[in-house]
Design a protein around this ligand. Structure first.
Ligand SMILES: NC(=O)c1ccc[n+]([C@@H]2O[C@H](COP(=O)([O-])OP(=O)(O)OC[C@H]3O[C@@H](n4cnc5c(N)ncnc54)[C@H](OP(=O)(O)O)[C@@H]3O)[C@@H](O)[C@H]2O)c1
Length: 338
């Protein structure tokens, strides 16, 4: 059996529990392809998995890693469902349920997309987790742009300089929406504004809820992308517009909140949320098709771009996790196999 280099979590804990090892090359199943990985991204959920707070879905490898880019080297390409006409040898980026921290991974074909024209391996690997998450939560679930004000709807992005935040700001601004963001330093706020946020608010110094109300003349924003949870929920309810939508994708400040339910009734607010990882291949495939139509041309024309803080060798995985936890990065931390 041939083996590959991979990174495993030897026990729950600090970044040092990540260890380079050798594992068997995975085999692909029906409807799947085998990708020889050139580059992969790290994401905050990988940190939660490493700490033991993000259970691996059933029947998924324990190797972490939710996104890769590389070459299709084997696979079930005759599968009738091959919307992008992918073939052996094509370079693709893919959204995974796990297993991205390895030289090879198996993934459903429907979760693979061709590189946007002109993209290299690192840029392509920086796309899947953030673009799938933002597209499904902001544009599908919270339906930004499909509410009463249409194109004039506005968005508040919590954590605007994160991998997720940099995508949400660029996509919404490019589609003509007013975008506001929060971040934890002046430098990060400036960066969010350089990406298209009309105003970014330093959440350590300002009350974002009252600032948003004054920036919107007392109306509030139509959609809020929340990766904070906890005590942010009542404050978000205070600055979301009537008929507004709050979509929760992480709970960094706590799993519980006390909110005035009467506001939801009176002002017709929708509170929703999702996690991408446990969703099935057909759900992810539907997102991939919309991304290819709506977003890939914007990437190819460089109208929007992946924000990459740094690219490290895969062997520097401990350093990569330390960087993410230090929280000084903007956008994505990427790794490549030599
Ligand atoms: N539900 C899903 O399917 C899904 C998928 C992927 C990611 N996520 C979540 O999305 C978030 C971003 O992921 P990522 O990989 O892009 O991670 P990341 O780059 O490490 O971003 C984490 C962000 O959280 C922000 N933050 C922390 N406390 C905050 C607060 N009190 N107010 C405002 N912002 C705050 C940080 O802002 P500062 O650095 O400025 O403090 C930082 O920008 C993570 O929480 C992750 O778990 C969810």
């Amino acid at each position: 059996m041939s083996t590959m280099r991979a990174i495993e979590i030897i026990a729950s804990g600090e970044p040092e529990v990540l260890r380079l090892t050798r594992r068997p090359v995975p085999t692909h199943g029906k409807g799947e392809v085998l990708i020889q990985v050139a580059s992969f991204g790290i994401n905050r959920p990988d940190i939660f998995q490493r700490r033991g707070n993000y259970p691996v879905p059933p029947n998924v490898t324990d190797i972490p890693g939710l996104e890769v880019a590389g070459k299709i080297v084997a696979g079930d390409l005759d599968h009738t469902y091959n919307p992008f006409g992918l073939a052996l040898g094509d370079r693709v980026c893919a959204l995974l349920q796990g297993g991205g921290y390895a030289e090879y991974c198996a993934v459903p074909l429907v979760q693979c997309l061709p590189y946007p024209e002109g993209f290299d391996d690192v840029e392509a690997a920086a796309l899947p987790e953030t673009y799938f998450t933002v597209w499904s939560n902001v544009f599908q679930r919270a339906a930004l742009g499909q509410g009463p004000l249409g194109q004039d709807e506005s968005l508040l992005v919590q954590g605007g300089s994160s991998g997720i935040g940099t995508v949400a700001i660029q996509l919404a601004a490019q589609r003509g929406h007013r975008v506001f963001a929060t971040a934890g330093s002046r430098e990060k706020c400036n960066f969010c504004e350089s990406l298209g946020a009309e105003r970014a608010l330093n959440y350590r110094e300002l009350d974002f809820a009252s600032e948003v109300m004054s920036l919107t003349d007392g109306r509030g924003v139509d959609v809020i992308l929340d990766m904070v949870g906890g005590d942010y929920l009542p404050r978000e309810l205070a600055c979301v517009a009537d008929d507004g939508r709050i979509v929760i994708i992480a709970l960094q400040r706590g799993k519980e909140a006390t909110i005035p339910l009467s506001d939801i009734l009176r002002r017709r607010v929708t509170m929703t949320g999702s996690t991408l990882r446990p969703q099935g291949a057909s759900f992810k495939g539907a997102i991939a098709r919309e991304l290819h139509t709506e977003v890939w041309p914007l990437l190819a024309s460089r109208t929007i771009k992946p924000i990459i803080e740094t690219v490290l060798s895969a062997e520097s995985i401990v350093e990569a996790h330390q960087m993410m936890e230090a929280g000084k990065h903007k956008g994505k931390i990427m790794l490549s196999w030599d």
